[in-house]
Write a protein that binds this ligand. Structure first.
Ligand code: NAD
Length: 345
């Protein structure tokens, strides 16, 4: 199969590509290497995912990316430095390849920055996504998987969060763009028969995790003996999901999508293990063998107090069964962090 992966140089995308290539598929990857975090981290993600040496001597962005693109190209992999806001550019890619399935991960992620820059989030996450779906319609691509987020559940009292829950009350622009895309997806499914699965990821962590996410940020700060910003009273909690489990869930969903017709589904992918902020910090302290210096701060606008996934639907439809508990996942993450200290500093 030939997969088009958007956001292929990011955290989740690079792991997905690694898995697809190992399993004999062909991959077209699109990424604009945006400045949400350092493009050099994304270059390293890509090299790692392709099993190539991370020996690029960085100079300036355009040049580095050109070097990456030629180093990465093979008979079953091609990388495009392309923004999903540019429909014409995307169209040229669609013209050049026969694509069997799109897995759309490119997005502006992050809750707090979306409050600062809501219109940019709308441009990328909604309009950029619609460009892809318009092209899927025009080029008769009938299978799409799209990254959604647990943040669509907002501040719900009832847990665990189920796909049948009402999600009309997101509390950040980011969450609202993700929900809008789920709804728009149904339009493309019903009008044009495009089969779609929207995967609601619950806080993903593991090697190559985005540097803005709490586990990565805290690990770095604790390691460097710096203060960690500790929002709230420590009881806020997250359903953390290890990257390998997320990849298992995406692949299971892709198989389900491939084998079935007339599909429009929204599926939670979580670990169903709820960890409080206090427990998260204690686990990091243990893995790093260092005490955290805590700076207490009030809760941030847009942050939800708790997430917890009901994963019964994923299990039934796709055979999803997460296998990495939080303690083991953090151990693997911290080992990766320490091995890549220079890159992460
Ligand atoms: N990591 C998580 O915990 C988590 C949780 C819920 C949902 N998600 C969703 O999963 C997806 C992947 O997340 P991630 O953590 O790997 O993030 P990431 O930022 O590491 O990856 C996203 C990639 O998309 C690219 N991108 C951004 N804007 C683009 C544009 N306009 N055109 C082309 N490429 C663009 C970025 O350069 C980046 O490489 C996102 O859609 C995110 O919203 C992630």
């Amino acid at each position: 199969m030939t997969y088009l992966i958007t956001g292929g140089s990011g955290f989740i995308g690079s792991h997905l590509i690694e898995n697809l290539l190992k399993n004999g598929h062909s991959v077209i990857s699109i990424d604009n290497f945006d400045d949400f975090y350092d493009y050099r981290i994304k270059i390293n993600n890509t090299l790692e995912s392709l099993g190539l040496e991370k020996d690029i001597a960085f100079s300036e962005k355009e040049k580095d990316l050109n070097n990456l693109i030629s180093a990465a190209e093979s008979s079953n992999f091609k990388l495009y430095y392309q923004d999903i806001r540019d429909k014409k550019g995307l169209e040229n890619i669609f013209k050049s390849h026969k694509i069997d399935m799109i897995i759309h991960l490119a997005a502006l992620a992050g809750v707090r920055p979306s409050i600062e820059r809501p219109l940019e989030y709308e441009e990328v996450n909604i309009k950029g996504t619609m460009h892809l779906w318009e092209l899927a319609k025009d080029f008769s691509i009938k299978k799409i998987i799209c990254a959604s987020s647990s943040s669509v559940y907002g501040n719900k009292e009832k847990t665990p969060f189920s796909e049948i829950d009402n999600v009309d009350h997101p509390i950040s622009p980011y969450a609202a763009t993700k929900r809008a895309v789920e709804i728009l997806g149904n339009v493309y499914h019903s009008l044009y028969g495009i089969d779609m699965i929207h995967l609601r990821f619950f806080t993903v962590y593991g090697p190559r995790q985005r540097p803005d996410l709490a586990i990565h940020k805290f690990t770095k700060l604790i390691f460097e003996n710096k203060e960690i910003p500790f929002y709230g009273d420590g009881t806020t909690a997250r359903d953390y999901t290890f990257i390998d489990d997320i990849i298992q869930g995406i692949i299971g969903s892709a198989n389900y999508l491939y084998l079935n017709k007339n599909v429009y589904e929204i599926i939670n992918l979580g670990e169903s293990e709820v960890i409080s902020l206090d427990e998260m910090v204690a686990t990091l302290e243990k893995a790093l063998d260092k005490k955290a210096v805590v700076k207490n701060l009030p809760m941030q606008p847009g942050d939800v107090t708790k997430t917890n996934a009901d994963i019964a639907k994923a299990a039934t439809l796709t055979g999803y069964k997460p296998t990495t508990n939080f303690q083991n996942g953090i151990k693997i993450f911290v080992e990766w962090f320490l091995r890549n200290r220079e890159q992460n500093s």
